[in-house]
Design a protein around this ligand. Structure first.
Ligand code: CA
Ligand code: CA
Ligand code: CA
Length: 177
């Protein structure tokens, strides 16, 4: 595995472990889902439901693919196996990325404003300095907005287990330290 991929696998694992108990479990995804939906107050119920569904699907896919010992939680060692068959996660990650990006555009003009971007990314667990660095890297418009597909693609790249050298690497804390 490339060094960047190893670092990001560790970072994504710590991010997904929202309740901080050292393993991935269903509760992590409920917690993140609640936080993200709470941050998306201007979104429609349909968009919020799509986000909840995408979080549930994310957990179900991880549990199906990676819970090797069948104890209903995913240890870090089990999680690292995700890089061996990244294609198994494509559909889940795409659905997750699209649901999240849609929450960023409640008025449907195809653009995400910085304050909402910051709120949603904070809800997921990223740090403000990294969030702003990423938004800046997207090349915002004069009105400080970025296109929805730009963000959706970055989410997909970020959660794809085998990618490296993407704009999402700006979310690794050391990148802006
Ligand atoms: Ca956990
Ligand atoms: Ca397990
Ligand atoms: Ca918008």
């Amino acid at each position: 595995m490339r060094a960047e991929a190893t670092q990001r696998v560790a970072l994504v694992f710590s991010l997904l472990d929202a309740n901080g108990n050292g393993v991935l479990d269903a509760g992590d995804f409920d917690l993140m889902s609640d936080r993200v939906v709470a941050a998306a107050s201007a979104s429609s119920d349909g968009a919020k439901d799509a986000m909840r569904t995408a979080f549930r699907q994310y957990w179900t896919t991880l549990a199906d693919e990676l819970d090797t010992d069948g104890d209903q939680v995913i240890s870090f060692d089990e999680y690292t196996a995700c890089v061996l068959a990244p294609e198994r996660f494509d559909a889940t990650v795409t659905a997750f990325a699209e649901a999240l990006a849609a929450l960023g555009d409640p008025d449907g003009d195809g653009l995400i404003e910085r304050p909402l971007f910051v709120d949603l990314m904070t809800a997921i667990g990223f740090r403000p300095a990294n969030i702003h660095a990423l938004f800046d890297a997207f090349g915002p418009t004069a009105e400080d907005r970025v296109a929805v597909p730009t963000w959706a693609e970055a989410i997909k790249d970020y959660y794809a287990p085998d990618k490296a050298g993407t704009t999402g690497d700006l979310l690794v804390p050391s990148a802006t330290a």
